[in-house]
Design a protein around this ligand. Structure first.
Ligand SMILES: NC(=O)C1=CN([C@@H]2O[C@H](COP(=O)(O)OP(=O)(O)OC[C@H]3O[C@@H](n4cnc5c(N)ncnc54)[C@H](O)[C@@H]3O)[C@@H](O)[C@H]2O)C=CC1
Ligand SMILES: O=C(CO)COP(=O)(O)O
Length: 347
């Protein structure tokens, strides 16, 4: 099913109590989306001083400067307080830390509540998507798990600029329950059952956004960027379909939609990391300069391993890996492999 399954926030009852783990830019913004949709939301912040700032000033000034948070949000650094009585659980920590965090919260999660991933990475070492890590660590059926993805730059949404997303779950009921909670006058959630495509869309667009950042940093113009975005979408679709995704998901919000937003916006951390690489900083210097999560940097290696396992060619992502490794000059990155034969290929 496609994104035509729009869900209205005033259908049925919204959950009374929702927990969000992760008080970074997306966890906090999503908490605002849910609170503005009528839920009472408690955010878990690792650092007590951040929980205090959210409670006392209704602000998260490091991650969302200038944004006032609604009254429906509270925050705590104590997990039992956050999870007790929650009807839904949303997860928004960096992907590489999800497994360790799930091990900590496993025993505290109320029975039968939907578990929702807001994350856009795959796990290094295993290549698992976040919904697969959740299923493994919490031993819950796919019907209880949902993922949210789409063109969702946190700060724009926190400013209440109209935006859409897609909620995917193997169970359309679960997707619909989550989408109802995650809808408000400025944020619309659509539903589908293509979890693989929805999740991989969010992961793969980050890698193409790093490539766009690199060519931007070098100083190349719109032709190069449009060529990389367009060929990048082909690469994303080939990869996702090889792993069972529906091709139409990649032309929806979680594919093309997110690709456009992330490649165009200086707010994107992946795009920013790429730009620094293009300006000549090496991988370690870029990591040192980023104070927020750029998931793409960690996802390159596992995605290329997965691609190789299914014989999928990913010329752009391969070149990003080479730039990260310092074996390709940023100015040599192109929408095709420079080692390609001269024989023209079908588009
Ligand atoms: N920021 C955005 O616009 C969007 C982000 N996402 C995804 O949301 C996920 C979270 O990203 P952001 O909130 O943007 O990142 P962020 O860098 O703004 O915040 C990450 C949060 O996790 C905390 N954290 C770091 N290491 C941790 C650990 N080991 N255990 C627990 N917490 C830890 C940090 O203190 C911070 O509060 C990522 O997968 C990202 O791709 C998805 C859509 C939009
Ligand atoms: O996922 C995002 C927009 O949809 C956020 O992108 P960045 O993680 O690159 O900031």
């Amino acid at each position: 099913m496609g994104e035509n399954g729009r869900v209205s926030s005033d259908e049925g009852a919204v959950p009374r109590r929702v927990a969000v783990l992760g008080a970074g830019s997306w966890g906090t913004t999503f908490a605002k989306i849910l609170a503005d949709g009528g839920s009472r939301v408690t955010i878990w912040a690792r650092r007590p001083e951040l929980a205090r700032e959210i409670m006392q000033s209704r602000r998260n000034s490091d991650y969302l400067p200038g944004i006032n948070l609604p009254r429906g949000i509270s925050a705590s650094s104590r997990l039992p307080e956050v999870l007790d009585g929650a009807d839904q659980l949303y997860l928004s920590v960096p992907s590489q830390s999800l497994r360790e965090n799930l091990r900590i919260v496993r025993e505290l999660i109320p029975a039968d509540v939907p578990i929702v991933s807001l994350m856009k990475g795959v796990e290094k070492g295993t290549g698992l998507r976040m919904s697969e890590v959740i299923a493994q660590e919490l031993d819950v059926p796919p019907s209880r798990i949902a993922v949210v993805s789409g063109p969702n730059l946190a700060l724009e949404i926190a400013k209440e600029q109209p935006t859409a997303a897609v909620v995917a779950s193997a169970s359309l009921d679960t997707a619909t329950t989550v989408a109802r909670a995650a809808s408000n006058p400025y944020f619309r959630s659509f539903v589908n059952t293509d979890v693989i495509g929805t999740e991989f869309g969010g992961v793969l667009k980050n890698l193409i956004a790093v490539a766009i950042g690199i060519v931007d940093g070098v100083g190349y113009g719109e032709n190069t960027k449009a060529s990389i975005i367009t060929r990048g979408l082909v690469e994303m679709t080939d990869f996702a379909v090889a792993f069972g995704a529906l091709p139409e998901t990649m032309s929806g919000l979680a594919g093309l939609g997110d690709l456009i937003a992330t490649c165009e916006s200086p707010l994107s951390r992946n795009n920013t990391a790429g730009r620094l690489l293009g300006q000549g900083y090496d991988y370690h210097e870029v990591i040192a300069q980023m104070n927020q999560t750029a998931e793409g940097l960690s996802s390159v290696a596992p995605i290329l391993e997965l691609a190789a396992s299914r014989g999928v060619e990913m010329p752009i992502v391969s070149q990003v890996a080479e730039v990260l490794a310092g074996t390709l000059e940023p100015r040599d990155i192109a929408p095709h492999l420079t080692t390609d034969t001269d024989v023209p290929q079908g588009e």
